[in-house]
Design a protein around this ligand. Structure first.
Ligand SMILES: Nc1nc2c(ncn2[C@@H]2O[C@H](COP(=O)(O)OP(=O)(O)OP(=O)(O)O)[C@@H](O)[C@H]2O)c(=O)[nH]1
Ligand SMILES: [Mg+2]
Length: 317
């Protein structure tokens, strides 16, 4: 079943794509087989991560980027990683409405993903969906995420280029950026440049960048100003993305390796943990360990030693 599905997907069939993404989202067993078949045919799409605080204008900007890229004849896939809990879903609707202008354009495929409920982690689910879009022949995949948690940072890490959006007057947000987002930013965008304080925000970012060290050949993240609502500054942003892509060609193998290493380690950890929870420990045993550790009757190091020893013994009796 999933074999013919993967072949239809590889030919660019949109219904097969939608079905395949659902399998990944539902963490269905067919998903792994699907990824296996599609994987050799991927690596062609350019993955653009767009992150920033809630309401920064990410969706509006993604919509504008899509407009410009479509104008260049590129096909686009959009993954909107939705920040709302599964109980509201308000923003999903918002995104849909905002992206109406691309409805009916077969060159644009939009998919929202919930942030909660991915056992294997949001970053993995997102990168697998990006892989499917890549395999189905999309030239560009735009990934919108709210820049808050480690999960979201990991999502952006899987992109080829990371755009970090900041808005004027968000002094605290700019400070908060330092935490993890700054190290992944390839391009800064001060959106809502029509608002007061935009220049001050640019200056703050400049100062923060000034504290970082760059070698002569390094890419120094540029700071752009956009007005997503009117589209002002968006063509320049697209040009900057292209410039980054061109300059990074030489480093592509290194980036690909880093990403592959991250993914392999992540999947190994996940697989081993699941194996131990399901095949080594008896039902309820994990909770017993948790209780002992919480009550300080056992330390976590010796608990892990014990469990790992049992796992090894089980496989080498
Ligand atoms: N004044 C001004 N408003 C903007 C600009 N860009 C976006 N907005 C408005 O900001 C609001 C939020 O825009 P969205 O695109 O939904 O922002 P978002 O970052 O996707 O929001 P979440 O996905 O909910 O985190 C909307 O009302 C937009 O119209 C801009 O350049 N200037
Ligand atoms: Mg949005």
């Amino acid at each position: 079943m999933s074999d013919s599905l993967s072949h239809r997907l590889l030919r660019g069939d949109v219904r097969a794509l939608a079905r395949a993404i659902s399998l990944i989202e539902d963490e269905a067993p067919e998903g792994a087989a699907l990824i296996r078949t599609v994987f050799p045919h991927t690596g062609r799409a350019y993955l653009v991560g767009v992150t920033g605080p809630p309401g920064a204008g990410k969706s509006t900007l993604v919509d504008r980027l899509t407009e410009v890229m479509r104008g260049q004849g590129q096909t686009v896939g959009i993954i909107a990683v939705d920040p709302t809990s599964p109980f509201t879903g308000g923003a999903i609707l918002g995104d849909r409405v905002r992206m109406q202008q691309h409805a009916g354009d077969a060159g644009v495929y939009i998919r929202s993903m919930a942030t909660r409920g991915h056992l294997g982690g949001l970053a993995r689910a997102t990168s697998e969906v990006a892989l499917l879009l890549d395999g189905s022949g999309r030239d560009v995949v735009l990934i919108e995420t709210v820049g808050v948690g480690q999960d979201e940072v990991d999502v952006v890490r899987t992109a080829d280029v990371s755009i970090v959006i900041v808005v004027p007057g968000a002094g605290d947000d700019v400070q908060a950026l330092k935490a993890g987002i700054m190290e992944i930013a390839d391009i800064y965008v001060v959106n809502k440049a029509d608002r007061e304080g935009a220049e001050r925000t640019v200056a703050t970012l400049e100062t923060m960048l000034g504290l970082q060290r760059f070698e002569p050949d390094d890419w120094r993240p540029p700071i752009l100003r956009t007005e997503a609502v009117t589209g002002r500054g968006v063509p320049e942003l697209v040009q900057t993305i292209e410039r980054f892509r061109a300059q990074m060609t030489a480093q592509k193998p290194a980036r690909a390796r880093a990403r592959a290493a991250f993914r392999l380690r992540d999947m190994l950890g996940e697989r081993l943990r699941r194996h131990i929870e399901q095949q080594v420990l008896q039902p309820g045993e994990l909770e017993e360990y948790v209780t002992r550790i919480a009550e300080r009757k056992q330390d976590p190091y010796s608990a892990v030693d014990e469990i790992v020893k049992r796992a090894v013994r089980q496989n080498h009796p």
